[in-house]
Design a protein around this ligand. Structure first.
Ligand SMILES: *Cc1c(COP(=O)(O)O)cnc(C)c1O
Length: 231
């Protein structure tokens, strides 16, 4: 299957899932995850209409940035504080903010470049072994701390990675829990809080995630095929 065919198929499934959850296909944004893939493949996807791409490593963004056609870049993976400076004026949004320490560095670098960085707060759950993401209990405090201490950050929503389940339906309670928090915190009234994105769902679970309320899916393998990390 070609990238073009894969994208058409994903768009179809994404649109159908959006309609099943009472929304329009265009209400759910597709972020094509391009990690490990070369610039030719990425540019091919952009030619097919992809507007947003996601990378999880700062180094990969830097290596590819100047060769990729105009597109919105999303940093979706764990971000080390000492690398924020390299991507602050390249990415449109950082999905993976999970500490005040990291937020403060993003704020400092954004201020130095006279820009406002859009971020999502990455939420983890008790079920998930990954060491990244704040717990459900810590989420509100982190949001309030960022609003108070990081004037060059705009909080645009939340992101999560569901625990891997043999049966994707088993991820539903997790997605639903994050959606509930998202709805609750979207009511916080502050000029630098503008909840627009609930980033959840990947190749294996994006339809379920959309049905549970996601409006931004991060899909890699289903578009570009399996990743080869040995390259
Ligand atoms: C790699 C990655 C994805 C995409 O995963 P696929 O299974 O290839 O669709 C989504 N989100 C994050 C944070 C990732 O690192």
């Amino acid at each position: 299957m070609s990238i073009k065919n894969n994208l058409e198929y994903i768009e179809k499934l994404k649109g159908e899932a959006a309609i099943r959850s009472g929304r329009k296909p265009e209400d759910v944004l597709l972020c094509a995850v391009t990690k490990t893939h070369g610039v030719d493949e990425i540019n091919e996807a952009i030619d097919c209409g992809v507007t947003d791409i996601g990378e999880n490593k700062v180094q990969e963004i830097m290596d590819k940035y100047e060769f990729v056609k105009p597109v919105k870049w999303h940093l979706i993976g764990h971000l080390q504080t000492n690398k924020v400076k390299y991507i602050i004026d390249k990415v449109d949004m950082i999905h993976s903010v999970d500490s005040l320490h990291l937020a403060k560095e993003i704020d400092k670098r954004a201020k130095a470049k006279d820009l406002t960085m859009k971020i999502l707060v990455q939420v983890n759950s008790a079920m998930e072994e990954s060491k990244f993401g704040v717990t459900v209990e810590e989420t509100k405090q982190l949001i309030m701390d960022i609003l108070e201490q990081c004037p060059n950050i705009k909080i645009c929503g939340m992101m999560c990675i569901a625990p891997f389940e043999e049966d994707v339906d088993d991820a539903r309670p997790f997605f639903a829990e994050v959606k509930k928090l998202y709805d609750e915190y979207s009511k916080i009234s502050h000029p630098m809080l503008d909840f627009k994105y609930l980033s959840m769902g990947m190749s294996n679970d994006f339809e379920v995630a959309i049905e549970e309320g996601s409006n931004l899916v991060r899909v890699g393998t289903a578009i570009f095929g399996a990743r080869d990390y040995s390259l």
